[in-house]
Design a protein. Sequence first.
Length: 563
Amino acid sequence: MSAEPSKTEILIVDDEPLNLELLTIGLRSKQYVTYSASNGITAIEIARQRPPHLILLDIRMPGMDGFETCEILKSDARLHDIPVIFLSAEDDVRHKVRALQTGGVDYITKPFLIEEVTARVDAQLRISRQQQEIQRLREQDQAHITLLKAEIDRRAVAEIAERQQRILNAQLYEQLSRHSSHLEELVNQRTAELRQAKEQSETILDNASDAILLTDPSGVVQQTNAAFCRMFGYSPDLSTNPLVLTNLFEPIELERLKQTINAAVLTRQTQELELSARHQDRRQFEVELVLAPLAGDNGSVVGLVGSMRDISQQKQLEHRLLEVLQREQELSDIKTRLIQAISHEFRTPLTIIQTSGEMLVKYYSQMNESQLQEKIHRIEGGISRLVALLDDVLAMTEITSGRTYETVTVDLVQICQELVQEIEKTITAAHQVVYIYPPAPINITLAAGLIRQAIGHLLKNSIKFSPKGGIIQLTLEQDNSHISISVADQGIGIPLAEQKLIFDAFHRASNVGALAGSGIGLAIVQKTVEALGGTLQVKSTEKVGSTFTITLPASADFPAQPD
């Protein structure tokens, strides 16, 4: 017995119009027919007039809550077997237990993913249809058994009658023989029907896309389908081994499964859980298990039917979505702090430019050449500081934007040599840059612009915080597994308590004094090095100097991506 999604009706009960709209759109996209109610009383009236195949029921509603609504629905013989999935913002065990006690088959916590809702609806509808099919087969089997008993009784009577009626004429004997043959034909027909029903059940199991297993009340596997064998890599014979579950799950997961089996037997309610399973080749993957009890004629649980689905891709997608959300939050935080920093840092140079400009406009005719040059110099200095701040902000925005970079194979020895030459053109004799490097080229495939930016920032930073006469040493080294690029200075150093904070955006050490800066230079370097797949470390002693070291994998061939 099956129902196509387009003919399956689902009643949605929720007092929030937005939830109703979201669930309606999601379920209709799966070709389900939906109708809705905003409170428990209306839901009961609609269900009695038009019984659905499944009900999605919110717990917290005005007037009659979801628990009371479910109890009334379950008390109606016509509505008792309709599966009810509770929806609630409460992730409380007591609510979940009460939901099961009042007759619910599942419990979904808000806020929810519509994919999760449709997946659980699909699962409960399949279970409902399978239970109906099992009940139909059970009733059919009972009818067949009754017929067979009656047939046996009739045969016994016929045999006694035959012995007593041997003296009857041949015509009567012929009539009795024909009657006996007819009865035998009926028995054979019923036997064939039973065999066909069994074959149909096995066909349904083997053609199911989900892995299905049947167990006894203690959880010992009795039967599995073809999808189960494919999912775990076992042959049909091994898949029904009493110890198969021990091979499928680690001890901790196996204990969780046993507890769920006990809960299904004790509560006689469908249970659902997620487990980490193990393929025969020892590969681990995530599965979702729906476990439903099978009741006997006296109401006791005679077995369990379980349906398993591989949800590894779903879990990976959820993990990726979480990473994206975290990344978006980080970007949002950085943008907020950038705006705050820009507002603060731009104020000083803008004030200098404004006041100097006003002085020039107002007193130009009264100023001598020296005074004019001093004002112009102040304006130029303010503009240079604004440009530097903008460069840092743009660099930080770009490196945290998540964009990809074109990669090329470069010689790090040559790149460092070019950077040293560029730096030497901008510094006076007050500073000296010493470059130590190996005799052979160090070739590596990476984003050349990023590594130049990182090393350049470190060199400029060391010069800024070094005293006159200070030596800045750039050292390039390579061993079997790593490449290290170190920039050491004899500057003011970093207080020990602040070294863990030095790579935080907008953090400036307490000992920098009046030295200008935005506080995001080292944060840019760290983000840049991380984008290259490397690490950045600092060793510093206050009033002695600092050493910043970039470490990259020696064999790093970063895949080229379109810029």
